[in-house]
Design a protein around this ligand. Structure first.
Ligand SMILES: Nc1ncnc2c1ncn2[C@@H]1O[C@H](COP(=O)(O)OP(=O)(O)OP(=O)(O)O)[C@@H](O)[C@H]1O
Length: 650
């Protein structure tokens, strides 16, 4: 790929009334014909990349210094230069986003290393358990339970230990997030690993300590794991750092990086670092101002990759609604746990007369279906083919097997990658590991003063402020936007309540966060909750541009089998879905069983139309084929309740 350089041209950006113009670097890539086909490693990066396969290495490096970049190049080095088989290397990372990032960079590099197994800790733990203890009780356990069970198995079962002992090289990314069960899992892996390892991380970016209950451990983050690695492998550990920031192209975007070293120390003075970071953020050159003036500037900036980073998803939801109302196109970043299968996949299940269409027929269908999609037909075929499990037959695909894998949620990460967007509204947690030309940080205010929170809040602010390449700005959210917005722990959703209504139903509830699984998937739309020809609704979902379109939930006269209130999803007067039981349950918990239900829920949008797998019986009964695969609208937003008028039945 050509080395991309950036011109230093600037153009004035339109700002809200009363604000002085600021100058923003323009995205104008200049092709350098003398540049090598892939970026040149710096000396310190080469030292990391070109260690032999047995090396045991701990790389501690600040944000943007090229950890992911080095990881990808190290894999290529091991496979291409050291002749290590891709099957003998394992890469583990904390988040699905990071795994996806590594896989994408490997596949872009086109190296033989793209066949290396890259997984999250959860996925690898599940793999060990399903091979070494297929009938174990771990199947009903959550993520932490599975990781603890896999750790136990590694320490007690020779079979399980064999997986790891045979590896020639283990790479662990995002080491700073390894606390609790995951830290123990990695310790067990490292103790068993016969070959070398490469551990990469930035202690200043450890932001998952909140998963721990003990405040002292939370404050320490992964410091205990780092200390253990240094002691356990003291004899032959290569303990190295990367010091040069490769991300920042404009010095205004780099103000946070100086704080990285201070923040990564085990005895960091978090209060002082937070103060320094926030002082930089409060500087006049970062000033974007209040939202009413700032939104046109945000819209202008979004001609280049831009992110607005919020401390909580409650803020992100409210800000997203505000931007939508003003016509500012953007994508609200989903949780890494959401596995959203794109709509084109459902199209495969109705396109052919056979359950095993040929590669040729599938490619011809995909060429036509993917004209507007950010994925090529050949790539789409490869992903689908990976799910049918029949590697022997490359010339056709078994759609029954693909449907079964979809139903189990066992889908390639590349298939569920979110569509690219120039403007992203995200929480800081969801933006970790990502980079943008422009980053607008919602001012978090001073830290609360709680010791454990102070460490976490400081690391979060550092992560947010270290994402930009060119421009770092600060946004103040008006208090009326976030007033009354709380996380309801019982339903694990953000809600908005009128003042005075936090603890009891004094006033009426204002609204509730809507989530992806709030639309019923078990039956095709039109067959429960409202009546419409199911195939016609599917055609409408497949052929209408619905992303970001506003929708309303309208209270149905029907209740479901569990006597839960149903709502019909309306887009532009057309019914396109019905709410699920999980929505009804959460609504009941938020409002209270004894109170009237809202007539409507408004201020919602369609995040995308996604492929889901429901009941095969419902599919056959409704003439929708044998697989039970169809489309449903995925909704997003902080829904606003519209209550029945006094005297009307509720
Ligand atoms: N030697 C290099 N030449 C050119 N670009 C580089 C080089 N090393 C890294 N980069 C670029 O610098 C940016 C930051 O690199 P990378 O994302 O790997 O950093 P990181 O340490 O993983 O960051 P973070 O911890 O903040 O997520 C990327 O755009 C990457 O392509």
């Amino acid at each position: 790929m050509p080395h991309r350089q950036r011109g230093r041209q600037h153009r004035p950006v339109r700002r809200g009334a009363g604000l002085p113009p600021i100058r923003v670097p323009v995205e104008e890539p200049v092709t350098d014909t003398t540049a090598p086909s892939s970026p040149v490693l710096s000396d310190e990066q080469r030292h990391v990349v070109e260690q032999d396969v047995d090396a045991r290495m701990l790389v501690t490096a600040g944000a943007g210094t090229g950890k992911t970049f080095c990881l990808v190049r190290r894999l290529a080095f091991l496979v291409e230069e050291e002749d290590v088989s891709a099957a003998d290397i394992l890469v583990l990372s904390y988040s699905r986003a990071a795994v996806r990032e590594v896989r994408e960079r490997l596949s872009r590099a086109g190296s033989a290393a793209q066949h290396v197994d890259v997984r999250t800790f959860d996925s690898y733990a599940t793999r060990i358990l399903s091979e070494a203890d297929p009938d174990g009780s771990w199947q009903t356990a959550g993520y932490d339970g599975r990781i603890a069970a896999a750790t136990h198995l590694l320490r007690t079962d020779e079979n399980a230990a064999g997986f790891v002992e045979d590896l020639q090289h283990l790479v662990v990314d995002e080491v700073q997030d390894l606390v609790g069960h995951r830290a123990e899992f990695v310790k067990a892996l490292l103790e068993l690993a016969g070959g070398g390892f490469t551990l990469l991380g930035d202690p200043a970016q450890g932001i998952y300590g909140f998963l721990l209950e003990d405040p002292v451990q939370r404050r320490q983050g992964a410091a205990t794991l780092y200390a253990w690695v240094r002691e356990r492998f003291a004899e032959d550990l290569t303990d190295t750092t990367l010091s040069h920031n490769r991300r920042v192209r404009d010095s205004r975007a780099g103000v946070a990086h100086a704080q990285g070293v201070a923040l990564s120390r085990a005895d960091a003075d978090f209060a002082a670092v937070h103060r320094d970071l926030r002082t930089s953020l409060l500087a006049p050159e970062c000033h974007l101002g209040a939202l009413d003036d700032a939104w046109p500037v945000i819209a202008d900036l979004a001609t280049a990759p831009t992110a607005v980073l919020c401390r909580t998803n409650g803020q992100a939801l409210r800000l997203s609604a505000h931007l939508h109302e003003r016509g500012v196109a953007h994508r609200l970043q989903r949780s890494g746990l959401d596995r959203v299968v794109p709509a084109w996949v459902a199209g495969l299940f109705t396109a052919f007369d056979t359950t095993r269409p040929s590669k040729e027929a599938v490619l011809a269908h995909l060429e036509a279906a993917l004209k507007q999609a950010p994925i090529a037909a050949q790539q789409a075929w490869t992903l689908i083919k990976r799910m049918d499990g029949n590697r022997g037959n490359r010339l056709s695909v078994d759609l029954g097997e693909v449907a079964a894998r979809l139903a189990q949620g066992r889908v390639p990460d590349e298939l569920v990658a979110p569509a690219p967007a120039l403007l992203v509204v995200s929480t800081i947690h969801r933006a970790k590991g990502l980079e943008f030309d422009n980053v607008i940080v919602v001012d978090p205010g001073p830290p609360s003063g709680d010791l454990a929170d102070e460490a976490e809040e400081t690391r979060l602010l550092y992560v947010a402020m270290s994402r930009p390449r060119d421009l770092l700005l600060r946004l103040e959210l008006p208090s009326e936007l976030t007033r009354g917005v709380y996380k309801n722990p019982e339903i694990d959703r953000w809600v908005k309540r009128h003042p005075g209504a936090q603890h009891q139903f004094k006033g009426r509830r204002y609204g509730m966060e809507i989530r992806g699984d709030d639309v019923h998937a078990e039956d095709p739309a039109g067959t429960v909750g409202f009546t419409a020809p199911a195939r016609a609704v599917q055609h409408h979902l497949a052929s209408t541009r619905l992303t970001a379109a506003p929708v309303t939930l309208v209270r149905s006269d029907e209740q479901d089998a569990g006597a839960h209130q149903r709502y019909v999803v309306h887009h532009d007067g057309v019914a396109i879905g019905v709410t699920s039981q999980s929505f009804a349950w959460s609504l009941q918990k938020e409002i209270g069983r004894q109170h009237a239900r809202p007539d409507r829920v408004e201020d919602l949008r369609i995040d995308c139309v996604e492929t889901v797998v429901g009941s095969q019986a419902a599919s056959i009964n409704n003439d929708m084929g044998p697989f039970g695969v169809w489309l449903r609208p995925r909704l997003v937003g902080m829904g606003r309740f519209v209550w029945p008028k006094k005297g009307q039945p509720a």
